[in-house]
Design a protein around this ligand. Structure first.
Ligand code: COA
Length: 429
C-alpha cells in the first residue's frame, strides 16, 4: 500500500463549486492530529457510531493517516464540529480476472453531516475523487456502499455480490470430505503478521478482492479499540499438514436464554486453500452449545450447501451488491484482465462524466485483450456503470440487457467477460 498520494491537493473544480455555497474543501494533513481527530469524529458520526474515545481516536489516527483524507468545512461553525463532509481514499490493488492486481482508487468514509445534507457536498466530493484518480492515471475507482441508490449516478456499477448465511447447526452435520491440517486458538496480537500474510494470499487469489490496508486487515483478525463485544472475540487459525498458515476464522459467540443454543457471529473467515475452507467450516458446524452460525460477505458460489448433511439447514439469508466499480480508463482496464474465451466485440460506452466515453474494438486472442478506438458499428452499447458490473466476470449482462442497460448483443458480451469462478469481495472498506 502506497502513501504517496496522501497529500495530493483537493480537486480545484469541486473546491470552487463548494466555495460558491460558503464551504471549504481541503485535504487533511496526515501530520495534523487535531484535524485528523475532527475528521475521524465526523466520519464516526456519519455512520451513526459512538463519540470516539481518546484511545479509539489514537488508534484510528494511526491507521487513517495512511490515506488521503478529504474534508469539507463550514467555517461558520466551531472547529471540533467543522468537518461537515468526509471522504478517505487510497490506491489499492484490486485483483482482476487472470490474477493481475490493478491499482484502483478506493473510496471510503463518504459522509455528509445531516445538518448539511442534499446540498451537493457528496457530489462535489465524488466527482472530485474521480478527477483525482483519473489525473493519477488509475484506470478504476472502487467502493463499498451503505445504500445502493447513491453511486450509480457517477458511473459506478455493482461488480460483485455477497452472500449471507444462517446455518442451523442443530439440524446439519458435516457432509463434506475428510478435512486435514491443524486448528488451534490464537490471540490477535500473536497472529497479526501471519494473519496479514494469509489475508494477502486470499485477496490475491480471487477477482474482486482488494489489497487490505493495515486497518482493514487488523479489524478482521481481532477487535480494534471500541469494537462491540471486543472481549468476546475468538480467533482460530488453520495450518496445513505441512505447517503452512492458510486460514483463520474470527468470531463472537452471542449469549442466549438456552445455554445449548448460542449463535456464532463470524467476523471473518479467511481461507487461502480449499483445505483451509473446509476445515474451518467443519469447525464452525461442529461447535457444541451452538445452534446457529451466521456469516456474511461470502461469495455467491460459497460451497456451503454441499458441505452439510442437509442442504436446507444452510440457508442463504441474503444476497446483496457489494463491490461497486467505476471504469475511468477503458483500454487500461480491459487489457489488465484476461478472458476465458477468445472473441471480438465493438463496445460503445457512454459516460455522463466523460472519462470512459468512446467506441472501442476489444479483440481477445489466447485470453489476452487488445483494445483500439474504432468508428465501426457497435455490437454492444452500454453506460460505463454496466461495463463496471460485468468487468470482474460476474454474470450481470443478461439482467442488465433485460433492464435496458445494455443494448445489442449482450450474450456475446457475457460470453467474453464472464468467468467460471464469480468475483468476490469478502470484506468491507
Ligand atoms: C449519502 C450522503 C453522503 C449523501 O450526501 P449529500 O451531500 O446529501 O448528497 P448530495 O446532496 O451531493 O446528493 C447528490 C445526489 O445523490 C442523491 N442522494 C444522496 N444521498 C442519497 C440517498 N441516501 N438516497 C438516494 N439518493 C441520494 C441526491 O438526491 C442527489 O441526486 P441528484 O443526482 O438528483 O442531484 C449522506 O446522506 C450521508 O452522509 N449519509 C450517511 C453516511 C452514508 O451512508 N454514506 C455513504 C457511504 S457509502
Amino acid at each position: 500500500m502506497t502513501q504517496k498520494h496522501r497529500t495530493i491537493p483537493a480537486d480545484a473544480d469541486s473546491a470552487r463549486a463548494l466555495a460558491e455555497t460558503g464551504l471549504r474543501l481541503a485535504v487533511v494533513s496526515p501530520d495534523d492530529d487535531a484535524d485528523l481527530d475532527n475528521w475521524i469524529r465526523a466520519d464516526f458520526r456519519g455512520f451513526l457510531g459512538e463519540h470516539p474515545k481518546p484511545e479509539v481516536l489514537a488508534e484510528s489516527r494511526g491507521y487513517f493517516r495512511d490515506n488521503r483524507n478529504t474534508a469539507v468545512y463550514d467555517d461558520a461553525i466551531p472547529s471540533a464540529e467543522a468537518p461537515v463532509g468526509t471522504l478517505g481514499a487510497w490506491a489499492d490493488p484490486l485483483t482482476v480476472p487472470g490474477g493481475a492486481r490493478v491499482d484502483a482508487w478506493a473510496i471510503s468514509s463518504v459522509t455528509v453531516a445531516p445538518t448539511h445534507r442534499r446540498r451537493g457536498i457528496a457530489r462535489a466530493l465524488l466527482t472530485g475523487e474521480l478527477r483525482t484518480a483519473n489525473a493519477l492515471g488509475l484506470p478504476l475507482a472502487i467502493l463499498t456502499v451503505s445504500e445502493s441508490v447513491i453511486y450509480g449516478r457517477w458511473g459506478f456499477g455493482p461488480a460483485t455480490f455477497a452472500s449471507e448465511w444462517r446455518v442451523d447447526t442443530k439440524r446439519v452435520s458435516w457432509g463434506g470430505a475428510e478435512t486435514t491440517g491443524r486448528l488451534s486458538f490464537t490471540e490477535p496480537e500473536a497472529y497479526r503478521e501471519t494473519g496479514r500474510a494469509v489475508l494477502d494470499r486470499v485477496m490475491a487469489g480471487r477477482a474482486g478482492e482488494i489489497g487490505l490496508s493495515r486497518y482493514h486487515a487488523d479489524r478482521l483478525i481481532g477487535p480494534l479499540k471500541g469494537s462491540v463485544d471486543a472481549d468476546k472475540y475468538r480467533l482460530v487459525r488453520y495450518d496445513s499438514p505441512a505447517g503452512e498458515p492458510e486460514g483463520f476464522v474470527s468470531y463472537v459467540v452471542k449469549d442466549t436464554a438456552d445455554f445449548v443454543k448460542h449463535t456464532v457471529e463470524v467476523v471473518h473467515l479467511a481461507a487461502a486453500t480449499d483445505a483451509a475452507l473446509t476445515a474451518l467450516w467443519r469447525y464452525l458446524i461442529d461447535l457444541d452449545l451452538v445452534s446457529e452460525v451466521h456469516v456474511s460477505t461470502r461469495g455467491v458460489d460459497e460451497p456451503l450447501p454441499f458441505l452439510v448433511s442437509d442442504v436446507r439447514g444452510a440457508a442463504v439469508a441474503g444476497i446483496e451488491d457489494h463491490l461497486w466499480l467505476r471504469i475511468l480508463d477503458v483500454p487500461a482496464a480491459l487489457t489488465a484482465r484476461t478472458y476465458e474465451r477468445d472473441g471480438e466485440l465493438v463496445l460503445d460506452i457512454t459516460d455522463k462524466l466523460g472519462f470512459a466515453s468512446g467506441r472501442y474494438r476489444l479483440s481477445v486472442d489466447d485470453g489476452v485483450a487488445r483494445v483500439t478506438p474504432t468508428d465501426d458499428a457497435p455490437d454492444v452499447t452500454l453506460p460505463v456503470a454496466s461495463l463496471g458490473s460485468v468487468y470482474l466476470g460476474h454474470d450481470a449482462a443478461r439482467g442488465l440487457a433485460v433492464a435496458g442497460r445494455i443494448a445489442g448483443d449482450a450474450n456475446a458480451l457475457d460470453r467474453l467477460f464472464r468467468t467460471a469462478v464469480p468475483p468476490r469481495l469478502s470484506t468491507w472498506f
